[in-house]
Ligand binder design. Structure first.
Ligand code: WQD
Length: 334
């Protein structure tokens, strides 16, 4: 079985490719390396001890994608490729719509031409917006509060309509909560370009001495310690959730949205404390006003992933911090 992974050099994509190879799938990767490094492709092969086919291409080039389907008999597509910074999407909405939606159009067109109708889409808990009660359940209405979130809502809509128009398609929309941690080898992990907007990569850079302190966005939320609460999930658990979704679309048509989270909420200050233990140093932090667009609490209802896939996240916060720190030491201190 051959899986085409768009954005496969990225944080979640690279970890998923490792687990696909470990499970015996052949893997074809595209990535334009706009937010990833070629080194990730080498490390995927090094960890798994198996080769991949890699194309440095942009999804918006239909000819480039057609070539992949001409050169490979693709059974399933996992679609990660896309821009993913919330603050950046508010500064550059046109780039986000053109890249994320345009790339998906080209991909789906090439899939239809090639007769490949099985896709696992990298969606996000951001589609639950600000008005749903926690824990978030898949049947809740989708909305967004920023262009990045709207691209996820719109792509879910496109795939839903595609599935309705052609019942032979098999589609899974995976709604990730907060991906963190790194592969136990320390060879691949979260390595964003520029100043990290997400908490875990920022904390890891404070721990490595690249930044002076953790900046805590608000301690006046209605939460136990006043700081934001999120459902952090280890990226390897997330990768294994993709294998479950691949197996599902190989055996089922139709469309399903599925949460990939732990169902547990953890606050910013609890992360700072756990990461301090992992790196052996009390990490300094400074509380500043809330970040616009942030919600107080976000965590998953995990029942559907358990029922549909038999999947449940296994790793806890301490393991996420330990694996994140192991990668950060390799990345920044060697
Ligand atoms: C987590 C908590 C912040 C940084 C985003 C996207 C979402 C998904 C995951 C792609 C919040 C606080 C953060 C910092 C802080 N991405 N924080 N200091 O915002 O929950 O979700 O990433 O799918 O779509 O919206 O993640 O890591 O940015 O923030 O205090 O330097 O940490 O306020 O409470 P978020 P995050």
């Amino acid at each position: 079985m051959k899986v085409f992974v768009t954005g496969g050099a990225g944080f979640i994509g690279s970890h998923t490719c490792v687990e696909l190879l470990n499970a015996g799938y052949e893997v074809v990767i595209t990535d334009n390396l706009s937010n990833a490094k070629l080194e990730a492709i080498e490390n995927i092969q090094k960890i798994a001890g198996k080769p991949v086919s890699f194309y440095r291409t942009d999804l918006r080039g239909l000819e480039g994608i057609r070539r992949i389907f001409a050169e490979h008999s693709i059974d399933v597509v996992i679609h990660f490729a896309g821009l993913k910074s919330v603050p950046e999407s508010m500064r550059k909405p046109l780039e986000y719509y053109e890249n994320n939606i345009g790339g998906t159009f080209a991909l789906c067109q090439a899939m239809r031409e090639a007769g490949c109708g099985r896709i696992v889409f990298s969606s996000s808990a951001t589609v639950y917006g600000m008005n749903n009660p926690v824990p978030f359940k898949e049947e809740m209405p989708a909305s967004a509060t920023n262009p990045y979130g709207y691209t996820k809502v719109m792509i879910e809509r496109i795939l839903t309509d595609l599935s309705a128009a052609d019942p032979q398609w098999g589609v899974v929309l995976l709604r990730y909560f907060n991906p963190t941690g790194a592969h136990s080898s320390g060879l691949i992990g979260e390595d964003p370009n520029g100043i990290p907007s997400n908490l875990f990569p920022y904390v890891s850079q404070v721990a490595a001495g690249l930044r002076p302190e953790v900046v805590v966005y608000g301690d006046d939320y209605d939460t136990p310690d006043g700081t934001g609460v999120r459902d952090y999930i280890h990226v390897t658990d997330l990768a294994l959730g993709h294998l479950s979704a691949v197996r599902h679309v190989l055996e089922h048509t139709g469309i399903e949205a599925v949460n990939l989270g732990t169902g547990q909420g953890t606050s910013v200050l609890e992360i700072v404390s756990a990461y301090s233990k992992a790196c052996g140093r009390k990490l300094p932090y400074r509380v500043v006003p809330r970040r616009p667009g942030d919600i107080a609490v976000c965590y998953a209802d995990t029942e559907k992933a358990r029922r549909l896939f038999g999947w449940k996240a296994q790793k806890n916060i301490n393991q996420m911090c330990a694996d994140s720190w192991n990668f950060a030491k390799n990345r920044y201190l060697k």
